[in-house]
Write a protein that binds this ligand. Structure first.
Ligand code: MN
Ligand code: FE2
Length: 313
């Protein structure tokens, strides 16, 4: 329930409206309470410390560079999310606001997790900002805070679309997913740094809920806003180039003939591009749908995902 002249008109949950239990955000909130409450302090880093000590200089450089970018990125998404929560809350979307409390809390835990690893395993107390490349800095220091910060003065649907594309589709949906995927690939084969690897699995699972909400939010906004589709499309294409450059600039630090952990840059580029295509496909599939239809297809996606998890065990 919104406010008029600073006064509240009433409370949704005692108005007969109640809570929409079957809405996408409430379903995601239930999942967040089951899966998002792991404690960064409880992850065992003892093996990580001995593994870290035994690594080559090149391997350590790769890990430290990657973790530094994760650390900065998690701080960025934690710091910049609030204006979106405000915009959604002001519209009286209580279920979404409830889900967003878990979203911000989880991002805060991700910040905690990486800093704990840097402190206790790598003892990396020096300035790590040397790892931020031009494209990374452009996306995280300029595009993300400006797209989200704009909502403080302009919470319009168009500004929300630009913010959600930047935050959920590109930063989370392309960059974070690619980073976590690549990182798991490089470590799983060698069996080293099991604490960090376990944490990344938990973080990636949290991120999948955030991205799912982002897709729902965008679908809702795009299909209710004249011109919304084009704004989304332009914004996606504005950010795709810099997002892929984050990957190539990262790999500039390494020699293709002697890559850390036998990794190849092209694998990351391909994965990032396929993530981008995957996000676009869902938006295309749901283009022109009503909110009811969007909810139904999002809930079907969720159910399908849960069934796949149950089969994998
Ligand atoms: Mn995160
Ligand atoms: Fe996230």
């Amino acid at each position: 329930m919104g406010t008029v002249d600073g006064a509240r008109r009433g409370y949704a949950t005692i108005s007969g409206r109640g809570l929409d239990w079957d809405s996408v955000p409430m379903r995601l909130f239930q999942k967040a309470k089951r899966l998002g409450t792991w404690d960064p302090q409880a992850i065992d880093f003892s093996r990580d410390s001995s593994d870290w000590a035994a690594m080559t200089t090149l391997e350590r450089d790769f890990i430290l560079r990657t973790v530094s970018l994760f650390q900065a990125g998690e701080e960025g998404v934690t710091t910049d999310l609030l204006p979106l929560i405000m915009a959604v809350a002001q519209e009286g979307r209580l279920e979404e606001e409830i889900f967003l409390t878990s979203f911000l809390w989880e991002e805060a835990k991700h910040v905690e997790l990486f800093r704990r690893w840097l402190d206790t395993v790598a003892a990396a107390h020096e300035d790590l900002s040397r790892f931020l490349t031009p494209s990374y800095s452009h996306l995280f220091l300029v595009e993300l805070p400006s797209a989200l910060g704009r909502l403080k003065d302009d919470p319009s649907a168009i500004a929300q679309i630009r913010a959600a594309v930047t935050y959920n589709m590109v930063i989370e949906g392309v960059l974070a997913e690619t980073g976590y995927h690549g990182f798991r690939q490089s470590l799983e084969s060698s069996g080293r740094l099991p604490g960090l690897l376990e944490a990344i699995r938990l973080i990636a699972r949290d991120e999948s809920r955030h991205i799912r909400y982002g897709v729902f939010l965008l679908n809702r906004l795009i299909n209710a806003t004249p011109g919304g589709w084009d704004v989304m499309n332009v914004r996606m294409n504005e950010l795709l180039g810099p997002a892929l450059s984050v990957v190539t600039e990262f790999w500039d630090a390494y020699d293709e003939t002697n890559p850390p952990f036998g990794q190849r840059m092209q694998t990351y580029i391909d994965f990032a591009s396929s993530q981008f295509d995957k996000r676009m496909k869902v938006l295309e599939r749901d283009r022109g749908k009503s909110l009811d239809e969007i909810e139904r297809s999002a809930l079907a996606d969720l159910a399908q995902e849960e069934a796949a998890v149950a089969v994998r065990g």
